[in-house]
Ligand binder design. Structure first.
Ligand SMILES: NC(=O)c1ccc[n+]([C@@H]2O[C@H](COP(=O)([O-])OP(=O)(O)OC[C@H]3O[C@@H](n4cnc5c(N)ncnc54)[C@H](O)[C@@H]3O)[C@@H](O)[C@H]2O)c1
Length: 253
């Protein structure tokens, strides 16, 4: 199937990694539907046009997600068969003893429930297509290097991202017989608004850069390239969680 006949959904597509994925997919000629709680910013020079639509949706609200995908299917004239789940919120960066439980539940809900809701809404939408489900279904979720091993002050975000990685493998195994691939990326620090906010609040990235073999942060465009590779090009990969971290997880000490 050529890229220009594909319809992709990107959660969290209004910012950072998700926005870079949107630009890359539009550049490859795909129709793109964004689900996000905030609008897509206007940026000069980025490919925008008839192939892009956006819905203000919280990914934890299954009824709203399904409704948006049904409307997008109608508007695009075909159901989506590709999904990137790049929505996300920061954790509290506090010790486990100090975690506020409602905030803890929200971090898990957005990352884990939101990923499940988006993924199964896509599959249901595909399976209700009048001509039968489109072929070549593919999903890429976004985990994190914090999903590997124990990290101080990450009992919320790190646990959520480990669950996203596990969920990816479960869905990959369940949906392989439907011809749907499900993979994940585990980003290292990527210079997006989420990380910029941390830097603005005093987070020093120099230690991260020093520990990263490639010696720098990732750009959203580099992360998007890895995601779109898994989404569209790696047609015999499923259940994979690919670190995109400048070598962070490869370091043996
Ligand atoms: N930037 C990094 O260094 C890094 C590292 C590892 C993993 N990640 C993950 O990558 C993904 C993208 O992060 P980013 O850095 O681009 O962040 P970002 O803040 O720039 O973008 C996240 C987007 O998700 C949207 N969002 C948040 N909650 C939502 C909800 N409930 N429903 C719908 N949309 C929602 C936000 O509005 C925002 O547009 C996240 O899952 C994040 O956890 C980022």
């Amino acid at each position: 199937m050529s890229d220009s006949t594909r319809h992709a959904v990107v959660t969290g597509g209004s910012s950072g990694i998700g926005l870079a994925v949107v630009d890359l997919l539009l550049g490859r000629g795909a129709e793109v539907t964004v689900l996000d709680t905030q609008p897509i910013p206007d940026r000069p020079g980025s490919p925008r046009g008839a192939g892009l639509r956006a819905f203000s949706v919280d990914v934890t609200d299954e009824t709203a997600v399904r409704g948006a995908l049904d409307t997008a299917t109608e508007q695009a004239g075909r159901p989506p068969s590709l999904l990137v789940t790049s929505h996300g919120v920061r954790g509290g960066f506090v010790p486990a003893l100090e975690l506020d439980l409602p905030a803890y539940r929200r971090v898990l809900d957005v990352h884990v429930t939101g990923t499940l809701v988006a993924a199964r809404s896509l599959v249901r939408c595909m399976e209700q297509a009048p001509g039968g489900p489109p072929t070549g279904g593919s999903i890429v979720t976004v985990s994190s290097t914090t999903a590997y091993g124990g990290w101080v002050n990450q009992a919320d975000y790190g646990v959520a991202k480990a669950a996203v990685r596990q969920l990816t493998q479960n869905l990959a195994v369940e949906w392989a017989s439907r011809g749907i691939r499900v993979n994940s990326v585990a980003p290292g620090h990527t210079l997006t608004p989420m990380v910029q906010e941390m830097i603005d609040q005093g987070y020093d990235v120099s230690a991260t850069e020093a520990r990263t073999p490639l010696g720098r942060l990732c750009t959203p465009e580099e992360m998007a390239a890895a995601i779109v590779f898994l989404l569209m090009d790696a047609t015999f990969s499923t259940g994979v969680c690919m670190p995109v971290d400048g070598g962070w997880t490869a370091v043996g000490k």
